[in-house]
Write a protein that binds this ligand. Structure first.
Ligand code: PHE
Length: 502
């Protein structure tokens, strides 16, 4: 109906300079709701090039609640004047009485102004009228605003606006003229060129809808990297930048020998209990490790060696051959150290890292899952000291935005000394633990055949923790697992670790 009205008006007058003038079914399209409807119709007609239109924005003014009050009952000064008796026609009115008559606010502001305007005069301790009929200019101006939306004198408009008696309002309307495809009837346009149209020749007479290049496209169905993978990339680049090589971590199932024994973790250690570790039933046991190395490991546990008295507890082959889901990536570091100890040409200093999945038999909660990722690095060289470890941690973590570190003595069966690494969190104003580290024990390194002077420093941390901090994720179960919001995974941006500790 509105569409027909617009087309017919254009047909008759060639253009519509102001769409507020349109009348449709007895209603003038003057208000903003009506103009919204008009806009919808114009958009659709313009897409068929039947019309062309442009938007016109105008400003008018309306009274604020305070302005409306003045328009209705006069300015404060007028109301003060109106409340007073004419000279000689009654008792002068004092201030307390005036407050009762016109209210505190009007009495306070209005009395001063009325006095300045010489509308009222003092008599005794009160006031009386000084003129017969004052012109209440402000109220008159506000009434004009209410009826016509503006005033001739723009300086008055500015002043009223400054006094918060009026406020501007934007209005949008349109001007319309005929387009190249103008017609009084709307023809349905084809949106697709089909095989049928080509075969029948119908395409020759068909009218096609224009492409709307301004339309937002459909989101693409491409894949997206999980936040953990984005943060992993950041860590990998830091490691590469520092000259590290990546260790092969493609083996989730590990023997107890590599996961524990070779690292000098005693067979009676609580971490080996089923409550903490996932054991594999099938196959029931691991392949045998290299015989001589295995014997040296078994000896260092049972009777000691390399200056150590060992654990002096029985060492079980069956226990050593059990298979587990690796509980840390340090099992991989251990195997790699044993490998470089015996590589052709002998040991050479090495810096190696890995970032991959580990498994622990834990009940899931907001900060723990039964599987997570470890970021781990080891550095093997002659004469490395604890000072090197501390210095190294400072350099490494500075690259991740952690510039203030503290170290706290800790315990690991395979490192001595061991240190927990804490970083100052500016946002939370507290120290948070970020890593576990230490110097690997000779009981672990020497059976591998590493030269005597070689020391190895190592550290490990979770990948989930920095990821949750970076992406402000509260519950780890929404980061990994079936509660993960895939839409979120798609839109989460890449992060840069060096941007600091937010
Ligand atoms: N394996 C340790 C952990 O799981 C991390 C670590 C690696 C500690 C290397 C010291 C040396 O927390």
């Amino acid at each position: 109906n509105l569409q027909a009205t617009i087309l017919q008006t254009l047909d008759k007058h060639a253009e519509i300079p102001d769409t507020r003038e349109i009348e449709c079914g007895g209603v003038r399209m003057a208000g903003s709701d009506e103009q919204n409807l008009v806009r919808g119709v114009l958009g659709s007609l313009a897409s068929k090039e039947m019309i062309e239109y442009s938007q016109i924005t105008t400003t008018s003014f309306e009274t604020t609640p305070e302005g409306s009050g003045i328009a209705a009952s006069g300015s404060h000064e007028y109301r003060v004047w109106a409340a007073l008796p004419a000279k000689g026609q009654g008792e002068p009115v004092g201030v307390p009485e005036l407050k009762k008559l016109v209210g505190d606010e009007a009495a306070k502001v209005g009395q001063g102004k009325a006095f300045k305007n010489k509308w009222i005069a003092k008599e005794g301790s009160g006031f009386v009228r000084a003129i017969e009929s004052p012109v209440d200019e402000t109220a008159d101006q506000l009434r004009t605003i209410q009826t016509s939306g503006n005033l001739e004198d723009q300086s008055v408009v500015k002043d009223l606006q400054k006094r918060k008696l009026i406020q501007p309002r934007k209005h949008i309307h349109y001007s319309v003229k005929k387009g190249p495809n103008f017609a009084t009837e709307v023809k349905e346009l084809e949106t697709d060129l089909t095989v049928e149209m080509l075969q029948s020749g119908a395409w020759k007479d068909a009218s096609f809808k224009l492409y709307n290049f301004a339309a937002a496209g459909q989101p693409t169905e491409g894949g997206a990297l999980h936040p953990l993978l984005k943060v992993r990339e950041e860590f990998r680049n830091i490691f590469f930048e520092m000259g590290f090589t990546e260790m092969p971590t493609n083996q989730f199932v590990e023997s107890c020998f590599w996961n524990f024994d070779a690292m000098f973790v005693p067979q009676q250690h609580p971490a080996r209990e089923v409550q903490d570790t996932f054991y594999i039933k099938d196959p029931p046991q691991a392949l045998e490790p290299e015989r001589q190395y295995y014997e040296r490991v078994r000896n260092v546990h049972e009777i000691g060696g390399y200056g150590s008295i060992g654990y002096r507890a029985p060492f079980s082959d069956t226990e050593s051959q059990k298979l587990v889901l690796r509980t840390h990536t340090t099992s991989v570091s251990t195997a790699m150290l044993a490998k470089i100890a015996n590589q052709p040409g002998g040991f050479k200093p090495a810096k190696m890292f890995s970032i991959d999945r580990v498994f622990r038999n834990e009940t899931a909660d907001a900060t723990h899952l039964a599987e997570f990722h470890q970021v781990e690095g080891v550095v093997a060289d002659y004469n490395i000291t604890l000072g090197d470890l501390i210095g190294f941690m400072q350099e490494f973590y500075a690259k991740t935005g952690n510039h203030k570190l503290r170290f706290k003595p800790a315990y690991n069966p395979y490192t001595e000394p061991s240190m927990e690494v804490f970083s100052w969190h500016e946002g939370h104003k507290k120290w948070i633990e970020i890593a576990n580290s230490g110097m690997f024990r000779p009981e672990m390194l020497e059976p591998m055949g590493l030269p005597k002077g070689v020391r190895v420093l190592g550290w490990g941390m979770s990948l989930e923790r920095p990821t949750m901090i970076k992406y402000k994720i509260q519950d780890i179960r929404t980061l990994v697992g079936h509660k993960t919001d895939l839409a979120q995974v798609k839109v989460r941006p890449a992060v840069r670790l060096e941007k600091g500790d937010d």
